[in-house]
Design a binder for this molecule. Sequence first.
Ligand SMILES: C=CC1=C(C)c2cc3[nH]c(cc4nc(cc5[nH]c(cc1n2)c(C)c5CCC(=O)O)C(CCC(=O)O)=C4C)c(C)c3C=C
Ligand SMILES: [Fe+2]
Length: 459
Amino acid sequence: MTSENDGASGCPAHVGRRGFLRGLMGAAGAIGVGAVVGAAPAAASGAAPAGAVGAATDDTAERATRPRAVVPFHGEHQAGIVTPSQRAAQFVALDVAAPGRDGLEATLRTLTERARTLAAATPAPSAGPGAPPSDDGILGAEASGGADSLTITLSVGVSLFDDRFGLADRRPARLRVMDTFPDDNLDRAICDGDLLVQVCADERDTVLHAVRELLRATRGDLVVRWRQDGFLPPARPGGAPRNLLGFKDGTANPPTAQADQMDAIVWTHAGPTPKVDDQAARAFGLTLPDDLPDAVEPAWVEGGSYHVVRTTRMYVEFWDRVTLDEQEQMIGRRRDSGAPLTGAHEDDVPDFASDPTGDAIKLDAHIRLAGPRTPGAEAMRMLRRPFSYDNGTDPAGTLDVGLVFVCFVQDLDRQFVAVQRRLTGEPLVDYISPVGGGYFFALPGVRDKDDWYASALFA
Ligand SMILES: C=CC1=C(C)c2cc3[nH]c(cc4nc(cc5[nH]c(cc1n2)c(C)c5CCC(=O)O)C(CCC(=O)O)=C4C)c(C)c3C=C
Ligand SMILES: [Fe+2]
């Protein structure tokens, strides 16, 4: 039986990366590699690509058991995209209050400086005697970011390209206000925004600390539009972690270790967007050319990525009344093992070719619609990076929980929109409802200590 793996390690994509990370951290702990601050200059030097992980420990027994990884901030691409998913996340959509292009540039430079120091776990500069502390103190003596695989990923929304900042001719070709799809129940108050900051780390306090410090540094210039917390449970018992429907989520992601695949699936490039073979696209359900107009990306987008966030509520009380068999048919995989209904193991490739009438995996099962494994479907693959969320209860006392669906794609329409359209009316829509989020564009990476988030956009 064929299997889905990360190519580099020969393990299922998720197991491979997380297992590698754990092994790295274990080894670092055993040999006592440097302290956090000691690791920081390497992280800040720009030597390693952003998204790779270096290990760091401190000398207390308690802290030695916690993840201490520093993810390099500098690189061709931003960290937090192909970086192995951390355990906690926060999505903060912001509107720019700073006046004019100069005001925006100054704000983005400030954001860069603060994000750089937080990611490297170096202390914030002191404002001098008599001033408030330069750090909120919630991470105690570390007081500077705490590492914990912290990544801060900055993306821009289409409203940044309106007439306020003179950037209208720089808009990424596919960027727009998030579409409303037929099964959506969007609250526009928690959609879109000029900017999106995605903050991820292995500890919740490290995420909140970074968000607080970024907001403190830009107070008056950036206004929070909406904010959404997320978490990723440990993989139980292994493989991909489970979402709140109880199913493993992330199994069939493309391998982030394979640069050529990331280049074709995730990173945007200047010039005409890659064409999709007409026949293959039709087989996938896209009608060309009307559905997918040609687009030409501006030069500055090289190395960036479209960043889709869809806050999707799950009606878990209803889901919990459905038989396991029905749940598995809706997804197309076993709940316990994550195996496709045509296979036995999580990393087995679903065999739709031998099941043309949907006897094993229904024709409208989620995985069959989202990844039919026809030649045309290759062009629609995406890198998903979802987190679960728990927003408490609604006024009716119903659990307000769900999935922050996140994906990174080279072409918003060819990939995310094409798949989302195929999912219209799937049986799962009775149990989930997208309520917020947005389309954003993750800026190219910050190259080195002299670079800043939007240097290419402003060049
Ligand atoms: C438009 C893209 C997608 C949305 C929106 C989406 C929402 C969503 N998905 C799950 C649960 C699962 N999804 C799984 C696989 C899967 N989902 C998408 C796309 C979207 N999902 C893709 C491309 C795939 C991979 C398909 C494949 O190639 O096999 C799975 C199976 C496990 C896995 O491979 O990750 C689950 C489970 C929920 C609950 C949800 C919205 C709340
Ligand atoms: Fe999905």
